[in-house]
Design a protein around this ligand. Structure first.
Ligand SMILES: *Cc1c(COP(=O)(O)O)cnc(C)c1O
Length: 404
């Protein structure tokens, strides 16, 4: 690292809360799948800001929409109508087949909003006694960082010393439909779950799991809330990960790539009466549904479809997965993934995944470890076959080394 870069890193450490431990690279520019550091070194981005930059860095059409809208009108609050919100509603509803939309900003806010909505639905429609609503969630979940959400996390790092927490959540194992069946009571209003657990290390449930989950929820009048904040919008090779099992959630949460990485935009989508229970004054957000966010999200959704990014994710994801499986290295315990949401799990004896990510950086690839032994791989959905092959050569070179 050059002197000026060391300076920036030191300044961050001096003034910033140390709630992250970034890899030692300072980025200053991005385009498509590539990012550049302040010394001009180029890297293939295999994290995509946790899948928020699925459309590629600084996508020119999203950029143009953002600049154009920023010149006209950015924020009105929802005290007044704006001329972008209706179009955003119409387009996201058409894209996802949803009936009602609630616009928010961060993913965690979408999750919180869904929790509020399904509870309200539980009391006002299902008839659960006031204060008794239960929501079932999964072990090793990741739904964000607010107090409500970390209260039902099972990761000690995420929740220790942040309590006391809100009651009303029940934790069951992920991928276990029998556990869901056993956990449902007459007071259960919702099952909140990720289609694939991203932060837990790209954990894919057994085939047929979500078909059973859907049946159980329907049979017990329990809202199925799918957190597709990471898996949605093409990441797994389909628009929504639920489509891999041909099911439909009652409530779907989107965020991250909904803005192509330009701006925080999230949404709660529902295909029934859940969002209908919210009346004026009962929920809101100063920035939620603002015209700049709506214009950016509209462009982000448009390029995803028009430029074939979802199909490309399926195609390049399969190529990447096959290539990773072909790497013969005794550091690798398992390779898994769906679409461009991939992970390499290392043998515990192979050393920490972090060391491999640092070595990959030296080869021009930015990837992020998750937990001790997993390297996650999630490049922008615009990646080409040549770029996948380029990346695979470098993964092979690093994974055949031993950093234990
Ligand atoms: C990232 C993420 C969130 C939280 O989104 P933020 O925008 O960081 O609040 C929630 N759920 C899942 C599955 C995520 O991957």
């Amino acid at each position: 690292m050059s002197a000026s870069v060391i300076d920036l890193v030191a300044t961050e450490a001096r003034f910033g809360a140390h709630n992250y431990e970034p890899i030692g690279v300072v980025l200053s520019r991005g385009e498509g799948v590539w990012v550049w550091d302040t010394d001009g070194n180029r890297y293939l981005d295999c994290l995509s800001a946790y899948s928020a930059v699925s459309q590629g860095h600084c996508h020119p059409k999203i950029l143009a929409a953002m600049v154009e809208q920023a010149h006209r009108l950015t924020l009105t609050s929802r005290a007044f109508h704006n001329d972008q919100l209706a179009l955003f509603y119409e387009e996201i509803a058409a894209l996802t087949g949803s009936h009602k939309v609630l616009p928010m900003n961060s993913g965690a806010e979408a999750v919180e909003s869904a929790i509020k909505s399904v509870r309200k639905w539980g009391y006002e429609v299902k008839g659960v006694p006031d204060g008794q609503a239960e929501i079932i969630v999964c072990a090793n979940n990741f739904h964000g960082r607010t107090l409500g959400i970390v209260g039902f996390s099972t990761d000690p790092e995420t929740r220790t010393h942040f309590g006391p927490f809100a009651p009303g959540f029940k934790v069951i194992p992920f991928g276990d439909a029998a556990a869901l069946k056993a956990a449902i009571t007459p007071n259960t209003v919702a099952f909140l779950v990720e289609p694939i657990q991203g932060e837990a290390g790209v954990v894919i449930p057994p085939a047929g799991y979500f078909t059973e989950v859907r049946q159980l929820c329907t049979a017990n009048n329990v809202m199925l809330v799918l957190d597709e904040i990471q898996t949605g919008l093409g990441r797994t090779g389909k628009l929504l990960a639920e489509q891999h099992e041909g099911i439909e959630a009652d409530v779907t949460l989107l965020g991250k790539a909904l803005s192509g990485g330009f701006y925080p935009v999230s949404a709660v989508l529902s295909n029934n009466e859940v969002l209908g229970t919210l009346r004026p004054g009962q929920h809101g957000s100063t920035f939620g549904g603002n015209p700049l966010a709506c214009a950016v999200a509209r462009a982000a959704m448009r390029v995803l479809v028009e430029e074939g990014m979802i199909e490309n994710a399926a195609k390049q994801g399969a190529r990447f997965l096959d290539g990773l499986k072909d790497i013969r290295a005794n550091t690798i315990r398992e390779v898994r993934g769906r679409g461009l949401m991939l992970a390499v799990e290392l043998h515990p004896e192979a050393g920490r995944a972090r060391r491999y990510c640092e070595a990959l950086q030296g080869k021009g690839i930015l990837a992020k470890d998750t937990h001790e032994h997993t390297i996650r791989i999630a490049p922008p959905l615009v990646i080409t076959s040549d770029q996948v092959d380029w990346a695979l050569e470098r993964f092979a070179a690093i994974l055949t080394q031993d950093f234990s």
